[in-house]
Write a protein that binds this ligand. Structure first.
Ligand SMILES: [Zn+2]
Length: 156
């Protein structure tokens, strides 16, 4: 877990930082929510990392513009989770940009316990949500599943 490897998405699949931020801004407006400087900076950090970001590491390594107090940083990341723009990965105490921002309500995260890599895949959402609905009156808004194991690179 000490080795922070970067596994960027293929460029063709990856919107530019400016495009991603513009999309987030529009999405916020659609939802009638405020898009603040600290939320934008938090999203920039996640997009630039292109993988899980531990808040603890951020605190010790740098103080990004506009985000200085731990509580401010946590609030900004939590706001992104709330807006559907980021995942909180509980088992790693980390956050990660959500790539399927427009597409799926449910996300499957594949967490490698060796190198800390996290891959985001969208499972067949309607089936999963239907299954939940069939078993409960609970109104589901989002589903995030963390699968733990060993990635292809670590197994090679
Ligand atoms: Zn791995």
């Amino acid at each position: 877990m000490k080795n922070h490897m970067h596994h960027p998405l293929p460029n063709a699949l990856r919107p530019s930082l400016a495009e991603a931020l513009a999309l987030a801004d529009r999405r916020c407006a659609e939802l009638g929510r405020r898009w603040t400087v600290s939320r934008q900076r938090a999203l920039e950090i996640l997009l630039e990392a292109n993988g899980p970001v531990k808040v603890y590491d951020l605190l010790s390594s740098f103080k990004p513009g506009g985000l200085t107090a731990p509580a401010t940083i946590y609030r900004a990341f939590e706001a992104l989770v709330d807006l559907g723009m980021a995942h909180r990965i509980d088992s790693l105490n980390a956050y990660m940009a959500r790539h399927f921002i427009d597409k799926a309500q449910a996300t499957l995260l594949l967490v490698c316990d060796q190198c800390g890599r996290v891959d985001e895949v969208a499972p067949p959402t309607p089936a999963l949500l239907t299954a939940i609905k069939a078993h409960s009156t609970f109104l589901t808004e989002t589903v995030a599943v963390e699968a733990h194991g060993c990635c292809g690179d670590c197994r090679a």
